[in-house]
Design a protein around this ligand. Sequence first.
Ligand SMILES: O=c1ccn([C@H]2C[C@H](O)[C@@H](COP(=O)(O)OP(=O)(O)OP(=O)(O)O)O2)c(=O)[nH]1
Ligand SMILES: [Mg+2]
Length: 146
Amino acid sequence: MTLEVKLINKSSNIVPSYATELSAGVDLRASLQEDMLIKPLERVLVPTGLFIELPAGFEAQIRPRSGLALKHGITVLNSPGTIDADYRGEIKVILINLSKDNFVIKNGERICQMVVAKHEKVTFSLVDQLVDSERGAGGFGHTGKL
Ligand SMILES: O=c1ccn([C@H]2C[C@H](O)[C@@H](COP(=O)(O)OP(=O)(O)OP(=O)(O)O)O2)c(=O)[nH]1
Ligand SMILES: [Mg+2]
């Protein structure tokens, strides 16, 4: 499937591309006029310069890159961020620095990945009783550790 994209990036108009043939996620780049500093435990909103037009029934999920998380404690705060099909604004990424060190993002750096996915839409129907199940109301560790 082809996705219509618009790019507004000050220095590099790089169309997103999958790093390998079977990658689920495509990396998104920071679109910055100057370096962005993220102090420990600080969160920032990083513009990507990317605008997309998803078909009805699709969403895009904004997820962290594992390398940034492991090496620098940088993750997506609202992971997975949700890009709705009717959103026409710039995709922006909420990053948080969970390390003890400052982290600097430069223009054009790959800061997160985006997975385009199908989703269902349901109709909510109010009932008095839900059908019982083996799990019932058990959760939050209810089945034990081993
Ligand atoms: O990481 C994100 C999450 C969301 N969005 C954009 C696209 C999405 O369609 C819109 C709304 O996102 P969401 O529903 O998560 O935010 P909200 O706080 O519920 O805002 P709204 O009231 O606008 O829905 O913001 C981003 O650019 N990046
Ligand atoms: Mg919302």
